[in-house]
Design a binder for this molecule. Structure first.
Ligand SMILES: Cc1cc2nc3c(=O)[nH]c(=O)nc-3n(C[C@H](O)[C@H](O)[C@H](O)COP(=O)(O)OP(=O)(O)OC[C@H]3O[C@@H](n4cnc5c(N)ncnc54)[C@H](O)[C@@H]3O)c2cc1C
Length: 373
């Protein structure tokens, strides 16, 4: 753990938004009320839904996969089925498929986009409860978080996972909630009288969490699934009828992320898009940082994000990426001051909406606060 007195290296915020791959955008699959993790019978099939994890899908993946495994294990104990289909090749589909192989099933993964084109591949990768609803599910979530955290830690760098401190100017809800729901799982927050950065000595907070690098993690999952005999089929489904006509397996695990809105006609699903600025890799930066946005130094890029727009348009915005970089650089005294933009997650308008959602009864409908005109 870094000491409070030592100054840590300051990031280099040089950013060329026009460079190829410098700015990416993804759609967080946000589900009002809660992520969906349950089984139903439809058209004679046993369908397990596992979608709607908002900005925390990487974080929750292994824990949700274990719950999927439990549901399928109970099913095959009675039915003796030997095959399962997984819809979706993002983090939810790949981790669920891994756990279904562990049950001894023959697994086929159907997906429109293969792993490198999914939202999961674009995620920043902090292990935190960001932008996800779980009303009334604290107890289930405690299990999910515990399984996920322990599995990620065990996998370590071979799975693209690093233990990292996160410096935050304000208490971050994403990590405070983990401390509340699963006490003792991650180390306690440390309150700092000064941030340990050259030119940036405001008071702050220090959390210890994980950084999961999605490109490395997903590639490892796919390599392992291939080595274990899972089959990948590139397929787009128009609707449920199409799924049931194309997929022969009796057990279907639905991990279609935001795609479930159309596929399963789920009105609780909302698109919350985020842009990410990809700066050059800076190996001297071994910490995460959040104030006005977030910065995750990974082994491929230093990733800067933190905006929130209600659209399913995946076209990245160079203007948004530049704003994200400037907001972080400003804190280090390396960019001119600016007010926190209204579409940043840490803007009071959005944090207040999130606070109200946490207090809302489980079935209260919601509309995320959209981009101001
Ligand atoms: C900018 C940004 C930053 C993020 N940062 C983090 C973070 O730091 N930590 C974290 O934990 N999470 C983060 N997330 C959230 C995370 O990326 C998502 O929660 C996660 O990727 C959801 O995974 P998924 O497998 O459900 O969906 P996806 O990755 O979207 O995969 C869905 C799969 O279903 C398939 N599919 C969908 N519809 C159909 C259809 N009709 N027919 C066939 N196939 C279909 C797709 O092709 C795809 O293979 C971030 C997200 C964004 C956008």
């Amino acid at each position: 753990m870094p000491s409070e007195d030592a100054d840590l290296p300051t990031p280099d915020f040089t950013f060329d938004a026009d460079a190829s791959g410098a700015c990416v955008a993804g759609i967080r699959p946000y589900r009002c009320g809660s992520y969906r993790l349950e089984a139903e019978t439809a058209a004679g099939r046993f369908v397990v839904h596992n979608y709607g994890h908002g900005g925390a899908g990487i974080t929750l993946s292994w824990g949700c996969a274990a719950k999927v495994q439990d549901l399928v294990r109970a099913r095959i104990a009675a039915s003796h089925e030997t095959e399962a289909a997984v819809l979706g090749s993002g983090v939810m589909g790949l981790t669920a498929a891994t756990r279904l192989l562990d049950l001894g099933l023959t697994v086929t993964i159907y997906a429109d986009r293969m792993f490198a084109d999914t939202t999961s591949h674009k995620a920043g990768g902090q292990w935190a409860l960001s932008l996800v609803e779980y009303q009334g599910k604290d107890s289930e979530l405690k299990d999910i978080l515990t399984t996920s955290y322990e599995t990620f830690k065990r996998g370590g760098q071979d799975f693209g996972v690093y233990e990292r401190p996160n410096f935050a100017s304000k208490k971050t809800h994403n990590l405070e909630e983990i401390l509340r729901i699963a006490p003792g799982l991650i180390p306690r927050r440390q309150d700092l009288s000064r941030m340990p950065f050259h030119g940036h000595h405001n008071p702050g907070h220090l959390y210890q969490t994980l950084l999961v690098e999605p490109p490395a993690f997903l590639k490892r999952l796919v390599d392992d699934l291939n080595a274990r005999g899972a089959r990948f089929v590139q397929q787009n489904f128009d609707d449920q009828t199409h799924v049931f006509s194309r997929v022969t397996q009796k057990i279907i695990v639905n991990c279609t992320g935001y795609g479930a809105k159309k596929l399963w006609k789920d009105k609780a699903m909302h698109p919350i898009r985020g842009d990410l600025a990809m700066l050059r890799h800076q190996p001297n930066l071994q910490y995460l940082y959040s104030q006005g946005g977030y910065m995750f130094p990974r082994t491929d890029h230093v990733v800067i994000g933190g905006n929130f727009d209600c659209t399913d348009n995946e076209q990245p915005s160079k203007a948004e990426c530049k704003k994200l970089v400037r907001a972080i650089a400003m804190n280090f005294g390396l960019a001119p001051p600016m007010a926190i933009p209204e579409n940043f997650i840490q803007h009071p308008r959005i944090t207040e909406w999130l606070r109200q959602r946490r207090l809302a009864p489980a079935d209260t409908p919601c509309d995320p606060p959209c981009n101001p005109v």
